[in-house]
Design a protein around this ligand. Structure first.
Ligand SMILES: [Fe+2]
Length: 498
């Protein structure tokens, strides 16, 4: 069921001329964290290069659109209010629109002009009593997916929010016709199975208390191609409440890695003394737990432990000669998490080691290979190959190009030859996740395009990069009249939403 539309005061809706703030020179990526001051809806008229006719559809992106309200600064990047952009490619033209997600948090805080909700790393005013037993508010800021004719803004600590794909107006919090319980969470990294059209996702929860603290579980969901949540299971996990952000699917299995990033001392969180962010640690004594599920039945088929490691994002996964192979960005310490907490002022944000894990279930052995894509984050691939063996993998990287304070380049690896191509956006240009967009006419795995939002620190403005997926060369650059704050994730739908 969907709740009624929630509205907040309207902001500007037209294209505007750059302001003095936009055009002041910034030396680093930090200016890209300032708030989006308007909501826009316009055809882009400044395009370098030419938009190919076979680039058709809508590239949605989500991310924190503002990190403060009134004089109050949110305490963590993960608490910024979700703002969704829709970049629509149609007949050689590009249309841009954006809307903040009208969550209860956004609506109320916009009305009162100060922080009114507790967050992942944010406390309400008034001390422990005002925060006690209050779960973090859902800013709907992490990802967006179009599946089962629904456009959903996602955040792992709560429910999805349904948006109108044409207008980006918020329809309301989404419960999959009541199948998603009030206590269930729904991660931002669900995966659409390209062969069945099913959408798989998970959520973290707890089932009670033990002497060691909270008893944790992973809920796992299967959503049919027409958008019905048809099956869910609860999987108990050992140890402290895990920070579980992403997972992988093969053609027949889900691979869940409960890493060594955990939330400890949750009693202090519950009492309103400590934030969840301050309770999240890398516990190098806690082994990573790998859980393998059958995608058809959702039954657990394997569970084993790996050496302690931190994982936030996964690459693709597939099955080969009975082995399960999955790729991920592996962290051996907590450095990135610390940088994310203070991301607005962190001197440098970079990725980590992109690895491939090859698990032989019969022999109970695992082999790990480096993918030679250093400093990587936000791994992506042609989603038509999700769960299937793919040849090409993409990521973004922090390159030392003179202003290497944040992701500023795209890497492409050919799994067959090991060849790695690099696209350096140049000094003062920063990006986040670059996604693969298939050609509407050609079907080869890298016959399409790679697109990402670039923040030009010198101008204080953003642009949409369209690269040739074959060699990462520039095809077009769509220059916007404003910036888009650094975001998290995006989703491409072949539909032309305007
Ligand atoms: Fe993510």
């Amino acid at each position: 069921m969907a709740t009624a539309t929630m509205e907040a005061p309207q902001l500007a809706v037209n294209k505007r001329a750059p302001t003095a703030e936009d055009t002041q020179i910034h030396q680093t990526h930090h200016g890209g964290f300032r708030a989006m001051s308007g909501e826009y809806n316009y055809w882009c008229d400044t395009i370098e290069g030419k938009i190919p006719k076979d680039l058709s559809g809508t590239f949605f992106r989500n991310g924190p659109g503002r990190m403060s309200v009134g004089n109050d600064q949110f305490g963590h990047w993960f608490d910024g209010d979700g703002m969704v952009s829709a970049i629509t490619f149609h007949d050689g033209k590009v249309h841009y629109k954006n809307r903040f997600v009208r969550t209860p948090k956004y609506v109320k805080e916009t009305q009162v002009g100060h922080i009114a909700f507790r967050g992942f790393g944010t406390m309400r005013h008034g001390g422990a009593l005002k925060n006690m037993l209050r779960p973090p508010a859902n800013p709907a800021n992490t990802n967006v997916v179009y599946h089962g004719n629904k456009l959903l803004a996602l955040y792992e600590g709560g429910h999805p929010f349904e948006l109108d794909p044409n207008t980006l107006n918020t329809v309301g919090e989404y419960f999959y016709d009541g199948q998603l319980g009030v206590q269930n969470t729904f991660s931002a990294h669900g995966k659409v199975h390209p062969k069945t059209g099913n959408f798989f996702n998970f959520g973290i929860g707890f089932t009670g208390f033990s002497r060691q603290g909270l008893k944790s579980k992973v809920d796992f969901y299967k959503v049919s191609p027409n958008g019905r949540l048809v099956k869910k299971v609860a999987l108990p996990v050992k140890g402290s409440l895990p920070f579980l952000h992403d997972f992988a699917i093969t053609e027949n299995h889900a691979v869940i890695v409960v890493s060594s990033i955990v939330m400890e001392g949750m009693l202090k969180c519950a009492l309103g003394i400590k934030t969840i962010a301050d309770s999240t640690v890398f516990d190098d004594r806690q082994p990573a737990q790998v859980i393998v599920l059958d995608l058809n039945t959702l039954e657990e088929v394997e569970r084993f432990e790996l050496s302690p490691m931190g994982v936030i994002h996964f690459g693709n996964a597939w099955e080969e000669k009975g082995d399960i192979i999955f790729e991920l960005i592996r962290f051996n310490d907590f450095g990135l998490f610390q940088a994310l907490k203070n991301v607005i002022s962190a001197p440098k944000v970079e990725g980590a080691e992109f690895i491939r894990c090859n698990i032989n279930l019969k022999q109970a052995t695992m082999k790990i290979d480096s993918l030679d894509m250093p400093n990587s984050e936000f791994p992506t691939w042609n989603n038509q190959y999700t769960g299937l063996k793919n040849r090409y993998t993409y990521s973004v990287s922090t390159l030392d190009n003179g202003t290497g304070t944040y992701f500023n380049s795209v890497l492409k690896r050919d799994q067959q030859t090991g060849d790695v191509k690099l696209k350096d956006f140049g000094p003062g240009k920063f990006t986040t996740e670059a996604i693969y967009i298939p050609s509407s006419e050609r079907i080869g795995e890298d016959d399409g395009y790679v697109s990402s939002v670039i923040y030009d620190a010198d101008k204080g403005l953003s642009e949409i990069a369209v690269l040739d997926a074959k060699d990462l060369s520039d095809i077009a650059r769509v220059k916007l009249s404003h910036h888009i704050p650094h975001g998290f994730h995006g989703h491409y739908a072949p539909d032309v939403f305007l």
